[in-house]
Write a protein that binds this ligand. Structure first.
Ligand code: NAD
Length: 497
């Protein structure tokens, strides 16, 4: 067997070991005996070096013309496209999701990189009339400084790209810390940026644990912007850590996304959407469908077919082309799912299929769990309220459209929702009344595209959005410019009355 690949941090344009010299293991969740690689177990000292490098590099990067920044991003996007298959295979090895999905993850990074490259020639401001004669007024976007980016493991290349690309195109520099379950895909993304010609210090990668690397990033006085995607629990900590020196903070956190299936829905389409929404990425998407409010008139039929489809899913190693659902990310995630399944049973929900860890020769070395469906759930049950982040879906029978809306909105989260109906009036009411940042009509709760804003309301987010032009609003500050060419003092609100 080939020796494990030893990876390094990327600081000030160089690949360097961590100051501690220690490393942590990146394991394949489909086979934990397979070591994907070793990554630096970094500490505050590495963070300090990376931030210092980013701070220094920002002085010239902010003056580098934005269209030229865009050209580097275009080159990076093309390299990602050329290497898509290899990058996807490596991602499946470290994260577990099936190849179709890791190809999608890499594609999302490609889309985001091309999109933000284009923003190099846009980043439009406004010109507007002044209230005074012979005076000109306009707005421009200004870079902010060093951005600390902290990412989860479920979209190991897409999510880093959502943060890195808009930060760079706006003229900021970055220090990124990927999740320790999936550092390889972020490492690959940073390598591609290096190859595309990103100047020294503009992008820095520091790997390690949340407390060792994430905390020092959020506490560093020279980090002006923090963008975090992860659990609501950690997001709250990040928010507090950034408060004392008023860092800009974007928080993208947990979800408990509902699908509504009305009695006039195309049932076959709704079932297909439910299977993809609930069991895609093994339910480990922030937008995963984890509750389905089904009208009582179609509940029995919907449930029977959904259970049959869930049972038929082929679970296994995501590199196997025939596999439809991969493993969970790690042992702790398996235990979380096991705990919630017990909670569901004790709460009186009806376990219709799944509910156990998969065992046998194909499964014993990985973190495999059966696709699980609970029926007859009360919307107040914990399995219908709390994020599980696994292949578990709770079916909630409802009497009416209004009750379905109430159920969908009756959680602390607000990321994504979906409704299946052929009634245009109800579809429009749902689009208006569902309290989520994303609403799908006749499509599952997953499937965001990079040119639309992404984010959630309530305890999912803190009011910012990723992707699209909305991301530029987070990574830049508006500057208002007034140019007086009257050659005399003109006082606003006074001289023109
Ligand atoms: P997590 O909160 O455990 O970790 C996220 C990142 O934060 C990791 O890199 C981790 O090392 C780091 N971290 C941990 N403690 C920290 C601290 N005190 N200070 C700074 N950084 C710290 O989340 P996870 O388990 O990696 O990901 C799963 C969660 O992410 C789920 O709740 C899911 O809903 C959420 N998620 C949300 C979105 C979204 O856009 N809303 C997208 C994907 C995942």
């Amino acid at each position: 067997m080939a020796p494990p690949k030893i990876h390094k941090n990327f600081i000030h344009g160089e690949w360097v070991e961590s100051v501690s010299g220690e490393a942590f293991e990146n394991l394949n969740p489909a086979n934990r005996q397979e070591l994907v690689g070793l990554f630096p177990r970094s500490t505050a000292e590495d963070v300090n070096r990376a931030v210092e490098s980013a701070r220094e590099a920002q002085r010239s990067w902010r003056l580098f013309p934005a269209p030229k920044r865009g050209e580097i991003l275009f080159r990076a996007a093309r390299l990602l496209l050329e290497r898509k298959e290899t990058l996807a295979e490596q991602m499946t090895s470290e994260m577990g999701k099936v190849l179709d999905e890791t190809r999608g993850d890499v594609q999302e990074a490609i889309d985001m990189t091309f999109y933000m490259a284009g923003e190099g020639r846009r980043q439009f401001g406004q010109t507007t009339p002044s209230e005074l004669a012979n005076k000109f007024a306009m707005t421009v976007r200004s870079p902010i400084g060093v951005c600390g980016l902290i990412t989860p493991w479920n979209f190991p290349m897409a999510i880093p790209s959502w943060k890195i690309m808009p930060a760079l195109i706006c003229g900021n520099t970055v220090v990124i810390k990927p999740a320790n379950d999936t550092p390889l895909s972020t490492y690959n993304l940073v390598s591609v940026l290096e190859e595309a010609g990103i100047p020294r210090g503009v992008v820095n990668l520091v790997t390690g644990y949340g407390r060792d690397v994430g905390v020092p990033i959020t506490a560093h006085p020279d980090v002006r912007v923090v963008s975090f995607t992860g659990s609501t629990e950690v997001g709250r900590e990040v928010s507090k850590a950034c408060a004392p020196d008023f860092k800009h903070v974007c928080l993208e956190m947990g979800g408990k996304n509902a699908m509504i299936v009305l009695d006039d829905a195309n049932l076959e389409l709704a079932i297909e959407g439910a299977v993809w929404g609930a069991f895609g990425t093994t339910g480990q998407r922030c937008t995963a469908t984890s509750r389905i409010a089904v009208h009582k008139d179609v509940y029995k039929q919907f449930t029977a077919i959904l259970v049959e489809r869930a049972r038929a899913l082929h679970v296994g190693n995501g590199l196997d082309r025939a596999v439809q659902m991969g493993p969970l990310i790690n042992e702790s995630q398996v235990q979380t799912v096991e705990r919630y399944v017990e909670i569901g049973k004790n709460e009186g929900a009806k376990l219709l299929t799944g509910g156990q860890r998969l065992t046998g020769i194909a499964y014993d070395c990985g973190f495999f769990y059966a696709p699980t469906v609970f029926g007859d759930c009360d919307p107040k049950m914990r399995i219908a309220q709390e994020e599980i982040f696994g292949p578990v879906v709770s079916l909630i029978p409802v009497d009416s459209f209004d009750q379905a809306l109430e159920v969908a909105n009756g959680v602390v989260y607000g990321l994504s929702s979906a409704i299946y109906t052929r009634d245009v009036n109800k579809a429009f009411r749902a689009m208006r009344d569902l309290e989520t940042g994303i609403v799908y009509v006749n499509a599952p709760t997953i499937g965001a595209e990079t040119h639309l804003p992404f984010g959630g309301v309530k305890q999912t987010g803190n009011g910012h959005r990723e992707a699209a032009v909305a991301a530029l609003d987070f990574y830049s500050e508006w500057k208002s410019l007034y140019i007086d060419y009257s050659d005399r003092l003109q006082r606003a609100q006074i001289d023109n009355q």
